[in-house]
Every structure is written in structure tokens, then in C-alpha cells.
Write a protein that binds this ligand. Structure first.
Ligand code: LHQ
Length: 259
């Protein structure tokens, strides 16, 4: 019997969808899944036909974090494991020049919660939930959660969510700023595709530069941001996209940013 691929790859209308595919285990992340997803993110970034990347999952879960069946024994080299699996994955996702949507279709736990938070846009299904489950097994949050979560909800709420592994529902996630939109379960994947196609019609070069400026701003000063904007605005302003935007405005028609 042929093994099921751990990541399903589909491209429609400029949207590359990468689907975690271990539904029986709520898409718990084994090495194969993590490394394949990392490679697929890099391949999508390099593929000119791809304008938006969606990371979602099969079945009722998004990702239950580390596959606990794969890391056990008297001494696990956690540092090595993180540096060779999750950290390259999160870096690949964040360094992609294209918008990444994490489409959280169900429970996102542990490193799966980190993955869900790492997207540029986070879309949740109504029945999705997030838990910083790490403390249940006496670990600390990893795969970027200690960076993402306090920036979203503040230090104190992040600490409480982490300390008690509290489950955040989709409605609460929306209020807390952990996601941008919540869609009904029944239409979730179709709603995500429609949203992604709208994003794919936006100016790709401008969005790439916007990501670069925003990400740099997360660790810099206002002066750094002003300097950065002046450099990146030149790149945006020199593009055909900008000329098209100006022409469309003058001609009172919608701009066409897809060549
Ligand atoms: C699983 C898992 C799972 C395997 C559900 N593994 N099978 C980094 C560095 C190195 C090492 C350690 O980790 C890390 C980062 C991390 O991510 S640490 C956090 C690891 N993840 C967890 O501790 C989560 C464990 N899972 C849960 O707490 C629950 O399953 C959640 C809250 C995710 C969902 O609960 P339920 O909806 O009640 O589902 P369930 O518990 O019945 O799970 C369904 C199946 O999935 C079940 O298998 P079975 O054969 O009994 O149907 C679970 O065993 C399996 N599964 N998570 N992480």
C-alpha cells in the first residue's frame, strides 16, 4: 500500500494550498510532515505562478503539535530537534515573500498553535481552537509562540494562556486578535479559497515589500521604520504595478495587478 502524502499540494487561481494530511492524529507533526511542509513553502515561494500560500489541514484538527510518539526516551535533544525541524519551518514561513494564510480548521495545539499564529493572515473555522498545550507536558512554548503571542495579546495574557494551556475558541480568538476572520465550518475551505483569491489579485510586489517593512518594524524603532519605508517605497514606486494603479485611478477602472 502506498503511504499517504503528509502534505497535499494544490494550486488554483494563483493560490497554492498546502494541506497537513495526518488527520487520524489531528495532524500531529512528525519529522516528515515538518520537513516536507518547509520544502513546500520554499517551493511555493520560488514558483512565479503562486501569488498566495494557504496552510491548512485535513480532518477535524489543524495540528496537535509535536507527534509525541516520535520524541521519547531518556534524553531527547530538544535543542537539536527545534533547530533542525520547527525553527527552519517557522523561518521558511515568515521569510516567504508571498502572503501566507494559515487557515486553522480545527484544534491547534503546541507547535501547531505556533504554526497557526505565524501566518500573515489567520482565518479560523468556527469550531477551531488554540491551546498553548506545552505546559501540560511541562515544556515551554516553542516554534515562535513566545514571540507571536505576547505581541498579540500582551505579556500577561500570554503568560496565563501558556500557564494553564487554556483553550481559546474562535470567537475569543477574534476578540483577542489571534485571527482576522472566522468562517462557518461547512463552508470553511471554500471561504478560505475565495479570500485567498481576493488577496492574490492585490499587487504582489507591493505586498512583498509591505511584509518586509512590517516584519522589520516588529524589532526596530520608529526611526528605523521611517528609513526603511523611504527605501522600500522607491522599489514599490518604480514598479509596473504602481503605474497600473495610477492609470486605473485616472481611468476610473479597477486596477489589474495580475499579468
Ligand atoms: C496525537 C497527538 C500528538 C500524537 C493527538 N501526538 N498523537 C517541540 C520539541 C520537541 C518535543 C516536544 O514538542 C515540541 C513542541 C510541541 O508541540 S509540544 C506539544 C505536543 N502536543 C501535545 O501535547 C498535544 C497532545 N494532544 C492533546 O492534548 C489533545 O489530543 C488535543 C487537545 C490536541 C485534542 O484533544 P481531542 O480533541 O480530545 O482529541 P484526542 O486527544 O482524542 O486525539 C485524537 C487522536 O489524535 C488520538 O489518537 P487515537 O488513536 O487515540 O484516536 C490522539 O492520541 C492523537 N493525538 N495529539 N501530539
Amino acid at each position: 500500500m502506498t503511504a499517504q502524502p503528509v502534505i497535499l499540494v494544490d494550486t488554483r487561481s494563483g493560490v497554492r494550498t498546502l494541506t497537513l494530511n495526518r488527520p487520524d492524529k489531528l495532524n500531529a507533526a512528525n519529522n516528515d510532515l515538518i520537513l516536507t511542509l518547509t520544502r513546500e513553502l520554499q517551493a511555493a515561494d520560488a514558483d512565479d505562478s503562486v501569488r498566495v500560500i494557504v496552510v491548512t489541514a485535513a480532518g477535524r484538527g489543524f495540528c496537535a503539535g509535536q507527534d509525541l510518539g516520535e520524541v521519547s526516551g531518556d534524553h531527547v535533544d530538544f535543542t537539536h530537534h527545534l533547530n533542525t525541524t520547527y525553527n527552519p519551518l517557522i523561518r521558511a514561513l515568515r521569510n516567504t515573500g508571498k502572503p501566507v494564510i494559515t487557515a486553522v480548521n480545527g484544534i491547534a495545539a503546541g507547535a501547531g498553535a505556533s504554526l497557526g499564529l505565524a501566518g500573515d493572515i489567520r482565518l479560523w473555522a468556527q469550531s477551531a481552537a488554540m491551546t498553548q498545550v506545552f505546559s501540560n507536558i511541562a515544556l515551554i512554548p516553542d516554534s515562535g509562540s513566545t514571540w507571536f503571542l505576547p505581541r498579540l495579546v500582551g505579556y500577561h495574557r500570554a503568560f496565563e494562556l501558556m500557564a494553564f494551556a487554556q483553550k481559546v475558541t474562535a470567537d475569543d480568538a477574534l476578540k483577542l486578535g489571534l485571527c482576522e476572520h472566522v468562517f462557518p465550518d461547512e463552508t470553511f475551505h471554500a471561504d478560505v479559497q475565495a479570500y485567498a483569491e481576493r488577496l492574490a489579485a492585490r499587487p504582489a510586489n507591493a505586498l512583498k515589500l509591505t511584509k518586509q517593512a512590517l516584519q522589520a518594524s516588529m524589532t526596530g524603532t520608529l526611526d528605523d521604520a521611517l528609513d526603511q519605508e523611504s527605501v522600500l517605497q522607491q522599489k514599490a514606486g518604480d514598479s509596473w504595478e504602481h503605474k497600473e494603479g495610477l492609470s486605473a485611478f485616472a481611468e476610473k477602472r479597477p486596477a489589474n495587478f495580475v499579468k
